[in-house]
Design a protein around this ligand. Structure first.
Ligand code: C2E
Ligand code: MG
Ligand code: MG
Length: 622
């Protein structure tokens, strides 16, 4: 194309001419339409044509006005050389060029990005020469500023097969939709507050990272981070300060992030990080230290410096899992363990730990069913007089023998029952069963022995727990000498006034209340004088080592002494040999209980024992 050609095309006069061509193209269509009643009168025919022409012109004006007034619809007309002959207001808005700037310019110079240029020219050519339509499409065209704009572009061809074919482009601005789409995509993939990838995005990213680790034989460390006491920060300082902390923490985490590392916020105060290329223990320690260092500097919240900590759980690829899901879950498991240890703790995932959790979950879920199925029973372990070996009391110990599988220790399932709340049903069952058994034994003439049941702290959370215990006694016609209770020190320390009031009432009525596992809980002894108790049961750990460890022996002796000075009965639990027994006798311990005498046994065996069908223990006959 020559310079004069180009000038010619930019000439405003020429443009007007082109516009006329556009109108003409449409007029041509109209003039081809035969007048409906032009046969009879030539004049009448002329008028008719004139009317139609006027109507057409009006309609075209309306059409143009419509085109001009649609802000988001850009209409451009191009001649056979793809030079602009029409450019509406919408086009100016969309592409940035005024009509004057655009007029006479080549389509491909104005709004076609470089990568589409050849394609557009070819398509236009194919239309002109071969009548191949240019289909409507979603395109990214070029704004005057060089930025790309998203449009839906439709093409209208006029005067095909003539010397002056015209192409009209009707482009609808899609930027709002695109922006909304982008926002939506962002919201579904990223966290709104910190702009970090969310859990789903992180999982996808991490899986592809794991894939490359697998190919390159690399390890990867996953760290689950949970801010300590975040709820308190929110509660005390408000959500905006909580948000501030999260944003600042994100900034710090990003700062220590290498290009290949991944960081994600997975829930309110929980973040997960993945560090590829970590193989050996020192590497792992290094990345853990990195993350811990993020908390070294205090955070400024509400104008004050706050020392924030977080617990970390670590899971390693390939040792602790193959997929992102597995690794994140296992790092979470390790983090939950760390939480139990307190602020700032770090825990590594261990399969054993995980298996334990899975089992706990299974057992928790089975407990209620086991109650319904009658899988529980009570065993009884005699407490004998240290002085003469007489059986004085029986401690009721619950046993779980599942229909399938081996028996499960109460040391394992009682804490689970406490956590799930099943302990209330279980506790009620123990009381009922112990009462029923005692009534049976009394009826058989075994009148001497009291049954002591273990009551856990969680049971006392229910306000009527001790009252319902008393009700059970009453219902079975039993009195204070028939059933006693064992509580641990911590239960007493944590008991609220209502519980203490109930305990005082029981105490007053003469019900025996023993402190179980004495010496393992609260470290002060002064509480002893405040609580309504009748007996101390020295924990078996002291008994176990008393013969060899002078300190354990001293504690044991001290406990017996204090117990006696406070007017309490003292019981030693876990007595396993004659040596322990003779020590306890020397120290004037009142009662002893342990495998040396009797193991916990089913009621039937106790029957035989109390009935004298089996000989009593001989170790005490002296
Ligand atoms: P605990 O109340 O301190 O019970 C004593 C535990 O020591 C029993 O374990 C008993 O079998 C065991 N034991 C007795 N003599 C010896 C001995 O000479 N050597 C050794 N090594 N151990 C001995 P068990 O039956 O497994 O019960 C464990 C714990 O479970 C109990 O500790 C008690 O805290 C809890 N528990 C048992 N039954 C119940 C119950 O019905 N309700 C509640 N809430 N807790 C119960
Ligand atoms: Mg006990
Ligand atoms: Mg005990």
């Amino acid at each position: 194309m020559t310079a004069s050609d180009s000038r010619h095309h930019r000439d405003p006069e020429r443009l007007k001419e082109n516009r006329r061509e556009f109108s003409g193209a449409l007029e041509l269509e109209v003039s081809k339409t035969p007048p409906t009643n032009g046969i009879d009168s030539h004049d009448a025919g002329r008028e008719e044509v004139e009317l139609v022409r006027r109507q057409y012109l009006e309609s075209e004006q309306r059409f143009r006005a419509l085109l001009e007034s649609l802000p988001k619809v850009a209409v451009q007309g191009y001649d056979r050389d793809r030079r602009v002959i029409y450019w509406n207001e919408g086009s100016t808005r969309l592409y940035g060029y005024t009509a004057e700037e655009a007029q006479g310019q080549l389509l491909e110079d104005l709004i076609i990005p470089a990568f589409m240029r050849d394609g557009v020219i070819l398509a236009h050519d194919a239309w002109i020469k071969e009548g191949v339509d240019i289909p409507a499409d979603e395109l990214q065209l070029k704004h005057k500023s060089g930025e790309l704009v998203s449009v839906f572009s439709q093409h209208l061809m006029l005067n095909e097969h003539t010397d002056s074919p015209l192409m009209f482009c009707v482009d609808v601005d899609l930027s709002d939709q695109k922006r909304a789409h982008r926002d939506l995509e962002f919201a579904t993939r990223f966290d709104r507050l910190t702009h970090l990838p969310n859990r789903q995005t992180f999982e996808v990213d991490m899986d592809s990272l794991l894939e490359s680790c697998r190919c390159q034989g690399n390890g990867l460390a996953t760290i689950y981070l949970d801010i300590d006491h975040f709820v308190e920060i929110n509660d005390a300082l408000g959500y905006d300060q909580g948000d501030r902390l999260l944003i600042e923490l994100t900034r710090r985490l990003r700062e220590c992030q290498r290009v290949t590392d991944l960081v994600s916020r997975v829930s309110s105060d929980e973040f997960v990080l993945a560090f590829p290329g970590v193989h050996l223990a020192p590497d792992v320690r290094r990345v853990v230290r990195h993350v811990q260092n993020v908390f070294r500097e205090p955070f400024v919240l509400d104008g004050r410096e706050c020392q924030v900590t977080a617990c970390l759980g670590v899971a390693l690829f390939p040792e602790n899992g193959e997929s992102s899901r597995e690794l994140i879950r296992n790092a979470d498991v390790a983090k939950n363990r760390a939480k139990l240890e307190g602020r700032g703790a770090v825990r590594f995932f261990q399969q054993k730990l995980h298996d334990e959790l899975v089992r706990q979950h299974y057992l928790s879920a089975r407990l209620e069913e086991a109650l319904d199925n009658g899988e529980f029973s009570l065993h009884y372990q005699p407490q004998v007089s240290a002085a003469n070996g007489r059986i004085e009391n029986l401690e009721a110990l619950i046993r779980w023998e599942p229909a399938e599988g081996p028996p499960i220790s109460p040391a394992e399932f009682i804490p689970l029952a406490e956590r799930s709340g099943v302990i209330h049903r279980l506790g009620d069952w123990v009381i009922e069963e112990a009462c029923r058994q005692q009534v049976e034994w009394r009826a058989k003439g075994f009148l001497e022995h009291r049954i002591d049941i273990n009551v856990s702290g969680r049971q006392l959370v229910r306000p009527d727990a001790l009252k319902s215990f008393e009700d059970s006694l009453q219902r079975h016609g039993l009195g204070p000498r028939d059933i006693g209770i064992e509580l641990t020190e911590n239960v007493l320390i944590e008991a609220d006034e209502t519980v203490l009031e109930d305990l005082r009432r029981l105490h007053h009525r003469g019900i025996r209340i023993a402190i179980d596992d004495f010496g393992t809980g609260y470290s002060s002894l002064s509480y002893l004088k405040h609580f309504p108790v009748t007996a101390l049961k020295i924990d078996r750990s002291f008994i176990h080592d008393a013969a060899t460890q002078p300190k354990d022996r001293a504690i044991m002796e001290g406990a017996i002494f204090i117990g006696h000075r406070l007017g309490l009965e003292v019981v030693a639990e876990g007595v396993e040999n004659a040596e322990q027994l003779s020590l306890l006798r020397e120290m004037h311990c009142d009662l002893v209980q342990g495998f040396f005498f009797y193991r916990p046994m089913p009621a039937k065996e106790i029957d035989r024992l109390l009935g004298g069908l089996v000989p009593g223990h001989e170790g005490l006959s002296s």
